[in-house]
Structure formats: C-alpha cells, structure tokens
Design a protein around this ligand. Structure first.
Ligand code: PFF
Length: 445
C-alpha cells in the first residue's frame, strides 16, 4: 500500500479545517447569544487555552508517534495492557455518530445556498415558517441534500490523504477565510459593530450559570475537534519532523479567530438589521436570513456567500469526522480505501435518514424519548459523553501511561520550558475538568 503524507502546510490546513466547522459559525454564535455573551466567551477562551491546547498536543503526539489508525496507535504505544488500551482508540465511533446529524445540517445549508440565490424571507416570522416547513414536512429536500453531502464526503475520503483531504482543505480553507474577511470588513463599517464588540467581550458575571460554564468547556472540545481521534488520525500522516507545537498553535489560533470573527459579524448584522442577538439553533437559519433581507441586493449576495462559507467549513470537518474509522478499517482489516469510505459513508447516510425522520411530522412522535428526539440524543451522547471521555482517556494516556521519557524526548525540543506546565495540565488540570464537565452534562449535579 502506498503511504501518503500531508505536506506541512497541508497538515495545518487539514487540522484547522477539521476544527473550523459548523461549531464555529453556527453553534458558537448561538450559544453565546443563549448564555449572555462576554462571561461565556471568556470561559470558552480560557478553556481553549488551558485545556484545549494541552489535549490538542496530546492527540497530535499519540498520532505522530503511533503513525497508524487510532486503535493501533494506542495499542502500540501502551507499554503494557495493550489489549485493554486499544479500546482508547475506539473514540473514532463518535465521529461517525456525529456525522449522522452533521451531514443533515450540511444538507440544510446546501438548501439555503440554493434558495438564498432567489429569495430571502421578509420577516423573522416568515423565516421561521420556512425553516419549520423544511424540518417538519420537507423529507425529500432534506434527503436530497443529505445525499449530496454524503457523496461529496465519501468521494473526498476515497481519494485519500493527499489527493482528497489535503486538496479539499487547500482550496476550501483559504476560500472560507477570504469570504469571512470580506463580510467582516463590511460589518466593521457598520454602527452596530461596537455594540456587537461589547456584547461579546464585556463580561456580565451574573449571567454565568453553572450550565453556561459547562457548555463553554464542552464547546471548546467540540470546536477544536478533540476527543475522538480526528486530529490523531491526521497527525499519523504528518511529515516526520513537523513541529507539533507550532502546528497545534496555528490550529487553535485559526479556530478561535474564526469563531470570534463569525460571532462579531453575525451579531453586528443582527443588531443593525435584525432583532439583536437571537437565541437558539435557528440563529443562522431564521434570524440571519431575515436580517440579510433588510440589506437589499447586497443581502442576497451576502446570504449566498455566508452559506457557501458555512458549507465549506462543514465539509472540511465532516471529512475528518469519518476518516478515523476509514483508516481503522484500512489498517486493521486491509480494506481498500474505496471500500472503507463507501461503507462508512453508507453508515452515516443511512442512519442520517433517521435524523431527518426525527424532525418530521408523523414520524417524530416515534423518534422522541424523554423530551429529546433522535437528533438531540445523538448530539447529546457524542458531545456530552463521548468527546469529554475521549479527551480524558488521551490526557491520562499521555500523562500517566506512556513513559515520561518517551513523551519528554519528543515534546521537550518543541516545548522547552513549557514542557513542565503542559505535562502538569495533562495529568491534573485536564482530567479534573473533564470529569466535572461529564458529571454535570450527565445531570449528576
Ligand atoms: N470541530 C468541528 C466543528 O467545530 O464543527 C466538529 C468536529 C469535527 C468535532 C471533528 C469533532 C471532530 F473530530
């Protein structure tokens, strides 16, 4: 089998492409709105710096030294109890499960690109009706666009690391950055920009509930693609000698910068043309299109550009959500890349249909348990349980299981004096924080 590796810039863009996704442009602004702005943003930023960056380094290290799929990497790097530790690598399953709804949401975005070309809703009420119509009755529309998302992702995966994953990121990431920059510069010229700045950065501590705190921590994980082996799998194809710390820095920097830029821009538009920071997942599908309508023709152009950027961000993340399991079947079962890509793609495509049904009138009643529908459950189980658990396993593995000498030999040259604080954070700060997050998200306190 031909081994292909990322170029250095290819690796950084691919890992950043994984991190920058729907989490940054769709989820971050709406949860910031929901939890009241400034204080929430500060907790999120601190988590990214203190915990996210540490785990990113740990994930990259395991991949870089293991050089195989996640299961094999854990197995080979564990000094003993190999057959137990290999289960640490099964976090890749979380990615496939996330795809079960991620692909459907990318489908909604495709649909919004097409409809924004010709028309925008003239009020929030109309926008809400349009969105709900798609959700509650638009089976074929959702199915069609979900299928397109499946085809694109599967095609890219089957082309492999260099010809598929690196290529799509080399094209889509710069395009995404250009589109967002143009729109952001426009937003900066508007009066409401300062209000948006204030909303995002002036902390009002009274708004920081324990739920907001935990959501901020959980989101830092999701947005950086941590805890499920995506970054680890990419790192296994890093060129030898790549500076891990530099690469991790760029990924964290780009991810954070794009979330902040997207948030500032969207809130500016919503203050200027809409109803202020809207709450809830409908922000980009309901409040935003109505705000774009108020901008006139420019609004149409911006709407299309915005949804194109969102689709790009989603696709580059989607590919990384599936790649760990593709790599697993290639390495462990000697499947061809084509077979592995089609089988994994087929899985999220099929189960994704249940996600669509779970919002549909006439079907959703059968797909709702305990107040959450299938979509919500998959989101909850992956984000609340699987990713923090994955992060915890990685921190413990690098902090306690791998011989310190091995970790030090690889990381010391890159980290210098920062090695000791990083190692301390992995061993103590991260596990405690992850444990608290998990307990809280599971409703235990
Ligand atoms: N980081 C992506 C986002 O912010 O949308 C989502 C994601 C991708 C999570 C890959 C986890 C992952 F492994």
């Amino acid at each position: 089998m031909k081994i292909t590796r990322f170029s250095r810039i290819g690796f950084i863009l691919a890992a950043a492409g994984s991190a920058v996704g729907l989490g940054n442009i769709w989820k971050f602004p709406y949860i910031t709105g929901e939890y009241g702005g400034g204080a929430f943003v500060l907790v999120y930023l601190l988590t990214v710096l203190l915990i996210g960056f540490s785990i990113m380094l740990a994930e990259m290290l395991i991949g870089y030294l293991g050089r195989k799929d996640t299961v094999t990497s854990f197995e080979e790097l564990a000094p003993k109890h190999k057959s137990l530790w290999k289960f640490g690598g099964f976090q890749g399953i979380a990615g496939l499960l996330i795809m079960v709804f991620y692909s459907v949401v990318i489908g909604w975005i495709f649909n919004y690109i097409v409809t924004s070309l010709t028309s925008l809703p003239s009020s929030v009420k109309e926008a809400e009706e349009t969105f709900n119509l798609m959700l509650h009755t638009g089976f074929y529309t959702q199915f069609f666009y979900h299928t397109i998302a499946f085809l694109v992702v599967t095609y890219v995966l089957h082309k492999g690391i260099k010809g598929g994953i690196e290529k799509i990121n080399l094209i889509l990431m710069p395009a995404l950055i250009i589109i967002l920059s143009v729109m952001f510069i426009y937003a900066m010229t508007l009066d409401s920009f300062s209000r948006s700045l204030e909303f995002m950065f002036a902390p009002d501590w009274s708004k920081l509930s324990s739920e907001a705190f935990v959501t901020a921590v959980g989101h830092a994980f999701f947005t950086l693609s941590l805890g499920m082996g995506a970054i680890m799998t990419y790192a296994a194809s890093m060129e030898k000698g790549t500076n891990i710390v530099k690469a991790a820095f760029w990924v964290v920097f780009l991810d954070t910068a794009i979330a902040i830029v997207a948030g500032l821009m969207l809130f500016t538009f919503l203050y200027q043309y809409g109803s202020g920071p809207a709450k809830g997942p409908g922000l980009v599908f309901i409040s935003l299109p109505a705000a774009f309508y108020e901008m006139g023709v420019l609004g149409n152009i911006f709407a299309v550009l915005f949804f194109v950027a969102l689709a790009f961000a989603g696709l580059t993340s989607a590919v990384s959500l599936v790649e760990p399991m593709v790599q697993y079947f290639i390495d462990r079962f000697s499947w061809s890349r084509l077979k592995a890509s089609v089988m994994m793609g087929g899985f999220f495509w099929l189960v994704g249909i249940i996600t669509i049904l779970s919002g549909l009138d006439g079907a959703k009643e059968f797909l709702t348990w305990g107040g959450k529908n299938f979509f919500d459950w998959v989101d909850y189980i992956t984000a609340a349980i699987m990713l923090p658990l994955g992060g915890l396993i990685m921190a413990v593995f690098v902090g306690f299981i791998m011989p310190k000498s091995q970790v030090e030999a690889t990381m010391q040259p890159f980290l210098g004096w920062a090695f000791a604080p990083w190692y301390f954070s992995l061993r103590y700060i991260t596990p405690v924080a992850m444990f608290i997050v998990m307990l809280n998200l599971m409703g235990i306190f």
